[in-house]
Design a protein around this ligand. Structure first.
Ligand code: UDP
Length: 320
């Protein structure tokens, strides 16, 4: 039985991925330093004999617990703070240097390891590498419109560096690496305090507090349900013809933030009022993935509608 290393395995996407890999009969090593991940996310996995938690900061060289294992064949590199909301303690804005280093130094440690074990490697990049895009939808050949030193740059430029490093190892050392660009993803186990729009709006709506739309709410995002994202990630790593490829994963169903606020208000039957607050610097005005490449290469599509996904997510938030 082969083992898979998931960095950021205690995060929102990572913990779901660990769970799914265990169901698919893999051994799983979850690496996390818990700066933004949570023990709660993986508590149901701890007793599984095929699951190992390694508490480690990827900025440091990989620990012995990992280097000593002989069964690791694949690596999902998801570790990074990911929320842009400076009001959240988990935001990358509040962990700027850690964010830059986990995506640079951390990625370097993992690529060296992938090279050594001749393993498959997946780098979790982000739609953020497109910055505030000037084209819509964004396909993989678009270079993006990124402020190299604004407040979001610690994430955007870190992810761009991680992409460059991954491709350098593919080209120079023949590492079996690929890059996925993850667009906005939501679902059960999002953290209440991470400041993302879906978790904020649901939490606010359920507690009858004001729903905080930043700016006028005309900016757009396209929301992908976690189950779809997991299928895409697994296909991107395990499909044969993906070495050296860059693949968008997301749901192209584009909505304005105000529309999302109204939808969540109505699905929760909330009496919350919708209020408008200041927009942060460089907040992208639009975002919508072109997923034709994933469809062709992976035979993958996002299938869960926004209504269906939000209902499941609301049910989760009611239960915690
Ligand atoms: N947003 C909002 N209210 C909130 C949180 C976020 O209006 O309480 C907006 C934010 O300004 C952005 C969008 O929702 O335009 C998505 O924000 P999120 O932090 O979820 O992800 P991003 O796509 O910006 O990385």
């Amino acid at each position: 039985m082969e083992a898979v290393l998931v960095t950021g395995g205690a995060g929102f996407i990572g913990s779901h991925l660990c769970e799914k890999l265990l169901l698919d009969e893999y051994r799983v090593i979850c690496l996390d330093n818990f700066i933004t991940g949570s023990r709660q996310n993986i508590q149901q996995l701890i007793s599984n004999r095929k699951f190992q938690l390694v508490e480690h900061d990827l900025i440091e060289p990989l620990p012995k617990e990992i280097l000593d294992r002989q069964d690791i064949r694949s690596i999902f590199h998801l570790a990074s703070p990911a929320s842009p909301n400076k009001k959240s303690p988990k935001s990358y804005i509040n962990h700027p240097v850690e964010t830059l280093l986990v995506n640079s130094q951390g990625t370097y440690h993992l690529l060296e390891y992938a090279r050594k074990i001749h393993g498959r490697f997946l780098y979790a990049s982000s739609s953020e590498i497109y910055g505030d895009p000037k084209v819509s939808p964004q396909n993989e050949s678009y270079f993006g419109n990124v402020n190299p030193n604004g407040i979001r740059s610690v994430y955007d430029e870190a992810k761009r560096f991680g992409e460059a490093l991954t491709m350098a190892y593919v080209r120079t050392h023949d590492v079996d690496g690929r890059i996925v660009r993850i667009f906005n993803t939501y679902g059960p186990r999002m953290q209440k305090d991470d400041g993302r729009v879906v978790s904020n709006f649901i939490t606010q709506a359920l507690s009858q507090k004001p729903i905080t739309v930043y700016g006028e709410g005309k900016q757009t995002r396209s929301f992908c349900f976690i189950d779809d994202m997991l299928n895409g990630l697994l296909k991107a790593l395990f499909t044969q013809n993906t070495k050296g490829e860059v693949i968008n994963l997301g749901n192209p169903d584009e909505r304005t933030i105000l529309e999302l606020a109204n939808k969540i208000k109505s699905l929760t039957q909330s009496s919350s009022e919708i209020i408008f607050e200041g927009l942060s610097q460089d907040d992208p005005k639009m975002r919508k993935p072109d997923i034709q490449k994933a469809k062709n290469l992976l035979q993958w599509n996002s299938e869960v509608s926004l209504d269906e996904g939000l209902k499941k997510t609301i049910a989760y938030f009611k239960s915690v």
